[in-house]
Design a binder for this molecule. Structure first.
Ligand SMILES: *Cc1c(COP(=O)(O)O)cnc(C)c1O
Length: 472
C-alpha cells in the first residue's frame, strides 16, 4: 500500500463521516442556498505540484462540499425521482472500489461476472418476469435505451448498419408516446436514426395518459406507405413528468403484428414491481423484447445501476459485441463477457451493491418502503385536494402526483406556481420540481427516499401550504 497517507485511519474517518451525515442530513436544507460559482471560487485554480496532507484535504472537503450539495439522501427530497444509496449498498461500493476491478470480460473479474448473472436473475424474479429474460447492469437507463434502439436498428437493417453505416438506406422509424423521456430522443440522435424519425404518438385520457394504440397503428401504416421502414416501439411505464403509463400488452400486440422490436422504459416505476399489487401497471411486460429499470432510483442501490433485461440476448450481443484479438477469451466456452451487452468496454463491479442491498433489507423490507411511499403520496394528495386553494393536476401513479396552487384571483397561474416552487425550495424543508402538463405549469411531488417517514409527508403538507399562504 502506498505510504503517503494512512489509508486505514482515513477510511475509518470517512465511514464515521458518512454515518454522521446520514443521521443528520434531515436537519439540513434539502437544496443548498448557494449562488452559481460560489463553490468554484473556493477551489484552487491550479493542481498542486507536491502532495498535501489528508488533514488539509479532508478539512476542505468538510468546509466546502457538503454545504454546496443538494441532499439526495434527505428524507424530504420529493423532486425529480430519488437517487437512493442505502447504507448497505454504500458499504458494497467501498469494497468494490478496493478491487479497482474492470468487469468487461469474465476473465477480468470472474466473481463480478458470475455475481452479476445471479443478481440480474434475483431482480428478474423479484419483479415477476419469466426466466427467459437475461440481462446486465448498465450505468444508466439512457445507455440501456440506446442499446435497445441500436438493436432495433440492426434487426431492421439485417445487421448491416454497424458495418455499412446508414447512408443510402431507407429511413427507419421508431414510435413512442408523446410523454416519453428525453433519453429516447437522445438515443435517436446517437444511433444515427435522427430525431425526425422518432414518431411521437398522442396519448389517451387521465390518469394513465397511455399511448393511443389506434393512432400507433395508423402512424405505422402511413409511414410504410410513405416509404419509411418501421423498426421498433418504445413503451413507457411511469413517465418522468406525471407518471404516464402505456398499456404494455396492447402495444406489444401491435408490435408483434408488425414484427417490431419493443423496449419498455420503466426506469423509475420498475422498482415498484417487486410488489405484486402494482404489476398491473406493466401487464404484458413479459411480451416486451427489452426492459430497463433503475435499482439506483427507488430500490436503494447506489448510482449507477440500471437493470437491462432482454428476451433474446443474441440480438443485443450481435449488435453490441466487438471482438478485437486482445479481447477474445480463448477456450472458455459458455462464459459471458458483459462488455458485449453494452456501449461501455470498461465496466464497474455493480452487482456487489445489489447483493448487499437485497440481503440486508430483504424483498419484504424493500416492498414495505415502496408501499409506504405510495400510501404517503396518496395521503398527501388527498389532503391537498381538500384545501380550497389547491388543485390536483394529475392523480397519483404509484408515489407521483402533481398539483397547482390557485388563489382564484385572476392572476397568471403559471408564473405564480413557478414562484411558489422556488419559494418552497428556498424554504429548505422540502424539495420539489415543476413540470409542464397540458400547457400549464404544475408542481410534482414524488415520494421515494429510502429513510422517509410518515411525518416527512406531514412536513411537506405544512411547508407547501404555509409557503403558499406567505406568498399571498
Ligand atoms: C430517470 C429516467 C430515465 C433516465 O434514467 P438515467 O438512468 O438517468 O439515464 C429514463 N426514463 C425514465 C422514465 C426515467 O424516469
Amino acid at each position: 500500500m502506498s505510504e503517503d497517507f494512512d489509508f486505514r485511519k482515513w477510511s475509518h474517518k470517512a465511514a464515521d463521516w458518512s454515518a454522521d451525515y446520514l443521521n443528520t442530513v434531515g436537519d439540513r436544507d434539502v437544496r443548498p442556498k448557494v449562488k452559481p460559482g460560489a463553490i468554484a471560487a473556493q477551489i484552487g485554480n491550479t493542481p498542486p505540484e507536491t502532495g498535501e496532507s489528508m488533514d488539509a484535504i479532508f478539512k476542505d472537503f468538510e468546509n466546502i462540499i457538503p454545504d454546496g450539495m443538494t441532499h439526495w439522501q434527505h428524507p424530504r427530497f420529493f423532486a425529480y425521482f430519488q437517487s437512493n444509496a442505502a447504507p448497505a449498498a454504500q458499504l458494497a461500493e467501498q469494497l468494490a472500489t478496493a478491487f479497482a476491478s474492470q468487469c468487461m470480460l469474465w476473465q477480468t473479474s470472474p466473481a463480478a461476472t458470475e455475481l452479476e448473472i445471479k443478481m440480474v436473475d434475483w431482480l428478474r424474479q423479484a419483479v415477476g418476469l419469466p426466466d427467459t429474460f437475461k440481462g446486465s447492469f448498465q450505468d444508466t437507463a439512457s445507455s440501456a435505451t440506446l442499446c435497445a434502439i441500436l438493436t432495433m436498428r440492426e434487426i431492421a437493417l439485417g445487421f448491416t448498419g454497424n458495418k455499412e453505416g446508414l447512408f443510402g438506406k431507407k429511413p427507419l422509424r421508431v414510435y413512442a408516446s408523446s410523454r416519453t423521456h428525453s433519453s429516447i430522443d437522445k438515443a435517436m440522435w446517437i444511433s444515427g436514426l435522427g430525431q425526425d424519425n422518432l414518431v411521437k404518438i398522442p396519448t389517451g385520457p387521465a390518469p394513465l395518459f397511455a399511448m393511443d394504440a389506434d393512432a400507433l397503428k395508423l402512424a405505422i401504416a402511413s409511414d410504410k406507405a410513405a416509404g419509411f421502414q418501421p423498426a421498433g416501439i418504445i413503451i413507457c411505464v411511469g413517465g418522468t413528468s406525471i407518471g404516464a403509463t402505456d398499456n404494455v400488452a396492447e402495444v406489444c400486440a401491435v408490435a408483434r403484428e408488425e414484427g417490431l422490436y419493443t423496449h419498455l422504459d420503466a426506469a423509475w416505476a420498475g422498482s415498484a414491481m417487486i410488489c405484486e399489487e402494482y404489476r398491473h401497471l406493466w401487464r404484458g411486460a413479459e411480451m416486451a423484447d427489452s426492459i430497463v429499470l433503475n435499482p439506483h432510483k427507488w430500490l436503494g442501490v447506489a448510482m449507477e445501476c440500471s437493470l437491462h433485461l432482454v428476451r433474446e440476448p443474441e440480438l443485443l450481443v450481435r449488435t453490441m459485441a466487438i471482438q478485437p484479438e486482445y479481447l477474445k477469451t480463448h477456450g472458455k466456452d459458455g462464459i459471458v463477457n458483459f462488455s458485449e451487452w453494452s456501449v461501455q468496454l470498461g465496466r464497474r463491479f455493480r452487482a456487489l451493491k445489489v447483493w448487499f442491498l437485497l440481503r440486508t433489507y430483504g424483498l419484504d423490507g424493500l416492498r414495505q418502503r415502496i408501499r409506504n411511499h405510495v400510501n404517503w403520496a396518496e395521503g398527501l394528495c388527498e389532503k391537498l385536494r381538500n384545501e380550497p386553494q389547491f388543485e390536483i393536476a394529475t392523480d397519483p401513479v404509484l408515489s407521483l402526483f402533481s398539483f397547482r396552487h390557485n388563489p382564484q384571483d385572476g392572476r397568471d397561474l403559471d408564473a405564480h406556481n413557478v414562484a411558489l416552487v422556488n419559494a418552497i425550495n428556498d424554504d429548505g424543508r422540502i424539495y420539489l420540481t415543476q413540470s409542464a402538463h397540458d400547457g400549464m405549469t404544475i408542481i410534482r411531488f414524488v415520494a421515494g427516499q429510502f429513510d422517509m417517514k410518515a411525518e416527512d409527508a406531514e412536513i411537506a403538507f405544512e411547508a407547501i401550504t404555509e409557503v403558499a399562504q406567505q406568498l399571498g
